[in-house]
Design a binder for this molecule. Structure first.
Ligand code: ASP
Ligand code: MG
Length: 402
């Protein structure tokens, strides 16, 4: 007998038929003799629809009230799923975040789970009930409802698995698992059988929309064995765990992120401390800078280019404009017609050939590289947005063609 936490995403519970499908899956796991805790998301597009409703009334609504509103989506799902399980004749109880003891900090709309008081869930498991918990939500020390940020139900599930010392946490979604790259872009993409936490973390933060970033961080920290699989078939999913099987293949995935923009400061004074001062000023505004390059300079001036998210572009340009005297650049240029394409794989650092091979793939596809950044586990390049999909395909097929 094992304790299994399952999470079902919005598409998996989008209508009555899908809710019944999930109820059957949950009860099948229960019938095999397991204790089952289920975290669910809001049905289909409910969260987006609620955001629209709020905007009609007040586009600047407070985050507290947004949390009050958005958390209602998950409350609908838990009740409906519990009713479906009752109908199949199994013992079940549903809990909102606070009933389940999910305690968070007070950062509305982006709260972090501090701990879960599992007593009530544990009592119900001991009574042999299936426990359904609303994902994405918790409660802060003032008894106010909080939410964990978009896609946060994954994190709810992993936190429950960690707190309950579950044997397995299964994330059910509408794809078969984690792919080598987005199958909508690249026809030759395929599902990975397993992947390490670190690799998954990079893939998640580089724009592979499979798992909420923080859920992977938490799974790594508490060593929760995760599996990502489809709620619509019985295919084996992808296991996310400490060490992935050592395969010859170094590169595990290719991602594309369109949410970036490039800013170039041309002809900045070539003096020590200049870059520090500029980037500190940007950091103080809470803007994260991703890729950075600086030209060698000729002793008098140099060029510094960097990327920010598209959403932060205007804010960054305004800041640079306000401080243009101090920055004293000959010209400030920007574009959002760029995308970041990255490869991820543990052990790259020891393999000098990997970067060269990636650049060769781009060269063969006649794609120009604007910027490059490398780390122990990933290499990212910035390319023109129109070239991004072709870049993904070229790089994928260079490294990962089966
Ligand atoms: N319903 C929330 C959202 O759509 C949380 C989740 O689905 O994980 O972002
Ligand atoms: Mg959702």
């Amino acid at each position: 007998m094992a304790l299994v936490v399952q999470k079902y995403g919005g598409t998996s519970v989008k209508d009555a038929e899908r809710v019944m499908n999930v109820a059957r899956r949950v009860t099948n796991t229960y019938k095999e003799g397991n204790s089952v805790v289920v975290a669910v998301s809001a049905q289909g597009d409910t969260t987006d629809d609620l955001i629209e409703k709020a905007k009609e009334i007040n586009p600047d609504a407070s985050k507290r009230e947004m949390d009050q509103l958005l958390s209602s989506g998950e409350q609908i799902s838990i009740a409906l799923l519990a009713m479906a399980i009752e109908k199949l004749g199994y013992p079940v109880i549903s809990f909102t975040g606070w009933q389940a003891g999910v305690l968070t900090d007070s950062k509305h709309s982006a709260a972090r789970i501090k701990r879960i008081d599992t007593e009530r869930i544990q009592t119900e498991l001991d009574r042999k009930r299936i426990v359904i918990v609303a994902g994405f939500q918790g409660i802060n020390k003032y008894d106010d409802i909080t939410t964990l940020g978009r896609g946060g139900s994954d994190t709810s599930a992993v936190a429950l698995a960690a707190a309950l010392h579950a044997d397995l946490c299964e994330i059910y979604t509408d794809v078969d698992g984690v792919y080598t790259t987005d199958p909508r872009i690249c026809k030759t993409a395929y599902k990975l059988n397993d992947i390490s936490y670190d690799e998954m973390l990079e893939l998640a933060s580089l724009g592979a929309n499979v798992l909420h970033n923080r859920s992977v961080e938490m799974a790594k920290k508490y060593n929760v064995k995760l599996s990502v699989r489809s709620s619509l078939n019985d295919h084996e999913g992808t296991y996310v765990k400490e060490v992935s099987k050592v395969e010859k293949m170094l590169v595990r995935g290719v991602t594309r992120d369109n949410d970036c923009a490039r800013i170039a400061l041309c002809g900045v004074e070539d003096a020590p401390g200049k870059a520090f001062q500029i980037f500190e000023m940007i950091a103080r505004k809470g803007i994260s800078v991703d890729l950075i390059i600086q030209s060698i300079g000729d002793g008098k001036t140099k060029d510094i280019s960097f990327t920010v998210t598209e959403g932060d572009l205007q804010k960054t340009l305004d800041l640079l404009e306000e401080n243009k005297e101090f920055i004293n650049a000959r010209e400030i240029k920007s574009t959002s017609d760029v995308s970041k394409v990255s490869i991820v794989g543990a052990g790259m650092v020891n393999n000098s050939g990997v970067a060269a091979k990636m650049f060769e793939a781009l060269y063969d596809a006649h794609i120009n590289i604007n910027m490059i950044a490398t780390s122990e586990i990933k290499i990212s390049v910035l390319v023109a947005r129109k070239d991004a999909e072709a870049a993904v395909i070229a790089i994928h097929d260079k490294f990962l063609l089966k």
